[in-house]
Design a protein around this ligand. Structure first.
Ligand code: TTP
Ligand code: MG
Length: 356
């Protein structure tokens, strides 16, 4: 079966965030960037684009092109936070996500009913974050990215085996992944202007002239791309800890804190769609010395009651508790994504368990 790959890209990202947060900017030509003579446009709202205002253009030029342009300074922290919110939503639909930039990602999904998923993702990003995205769906990365660019803003384009030739052949060569102005010039010299021209060119001559790149361009011209998603490194561990305002000797207070940590950790596991295998309890004593004790489960888990039960067990049986406690923490490691058959089999084989 073909893979199902989505390419998701927020529309006019920085400008859309500014329009979202300031109603006076809505439906108006907006450029985000520095106002000074040396200012550069980071991005322009879709209302400014018909005037020719583009990313990386000097603000002076942008203002000349569009007299009514409203220039807004950027707020990187806000964009980072918004980006994180989008990635959190995406993570609830797939474990296989490649982050390309602050507002762009590939997702590989297993569910053949991808239209339902795409519509849900678009709706959630609109309802929960207040932004629109454009999505491309196809059977590889090259085509998915190409697709998301075809209809913008708020687009949804599917490239499948039936329409791939009709879409690709008439496109200009610069639409091919990694083909910049220099390469376009080189290809034009060979009489190659459209993707169809690449298909009709001799594969070996292209390879001879451009090396590995030539071979890739030839493959892309037929919509072939076997590259896998380069997924984010899995989070190594997640943890909760708290230093008390006064050192604690009452074991019940420590239990209470463990329970609070368990609730928060369960929330975080669910949000990140993770299960843990190993739980560690950390204590810092009144003399600032630190001790940790860990245990590994037989089966990965994400339940707060289990986290509490296990951490309480460790606290009761693995620590001596002769001194007052200044800080108590729980961390979860050996994290895995559920429904990953390979990882599940590793964890089940683990011979460490609670009763040891
Ligand atoms: P893009 O996704 O390239 O652009 P965009 O989201 O503004 O517009 P589009 O609808 O075409 O996707 O980049 C995302 C953000 O990155 C963009 O909003 C601002 C920032 N950026 C820069 O700061 N400098 C640049 O040169 C570019 C291209 C983007
Ligand atoms: Mg974008």
């Amino acid at each position: 079966m073909d893979r199902i790959i989505l390419h998701v890209d927020i529309d006019a990202f920085y400008a859309s965030v500014e329009q979202r947060d300031n109603p006076e900017l809505r439906n108006k030509p907006v450029a985000v960037g520095g106002k000074s003579d040396r200012g550069v446009v980071t991005t322009a709202s879709y209302e400014a684009r018909p005037y020719g205002v583009r990313s990386a253009m000097s603000m002076i030029k942008a203002k000349q092109l569009c007299k009514d342009l409203i220039i807004v300074p950027g707020n990187r922290e806000k964009y980072k936070k918004t980006s994180k919110e989008m990635f959190n939503i995406l993570h609830s639909y797939s474990n296989k996500i490649e982050k390309i930039s602050i507002d762009e990602a590939f997702l590989e999904i297993q569910d053949e009913n991808y239209l339902k998923i795409v519509r849900e993702i678009k709706k959630r990003i609109k309802d929960e974050i207040g932004l629109t995205i454009s999505v491309g769906v196809s059977y590889n990365k090259f085509l998915a990215k190409l697709a998301s660019d075809i209809e913008k803003p708020n687009g949804l384009t599917i490239i499948n085996r039936d329409n791939v030739d009709a879409i690709l052949k008439p496109m200009q060569v610069n639409k091919i992944f990694g083909v910049g102005p220099k390469m376009v010039e080189e290809l034009n010299k060979l009489g190659i202007y459209y993707i169809e021209d690449i298909r009709n060119y001799d594969k070996y001559l292209l390879e001879e002239k451009f090396g590995k790149r030539g071979k890739e361009i030839y493959e892309f011209s037929f919509g072939k791309d076997t590259r896998d998603l380069e997924c984010d490194e899995l989070t190594q561990s997640i943890g909760e800890e708290e230093t008390f305002s006064e050192d604690i000797s009452d074991i019940n207070k420590l239990y209470e804190k463990l329970y609070e940590h368990s609730i928060n950790l369960e929330k975080e596991l669910l949000r990140k769609n993770l299960l843990y295998n190993t739980l560690t309890v950390k204590l810092k004593y009144s003399d600032f010395s630190v001790e940790t004790r860990s245990m590994t489960l037989t089966l990965p888990n994400d339940n707060k009651d289990k986290i509490y039960e296990l951490s309480k067990y460790i606290l009761d049986h693995r620590f001596i508790l002769e001194k007052d406690v200044r800080l108590i923490g729980i961390s979860l490691s050996n994290l895995i994504y559920p429904e990953d058959p390979f990882q599940m089999s590793i964890s089940i084989k683990s011979d460490d368990n609670l009763t040891k």
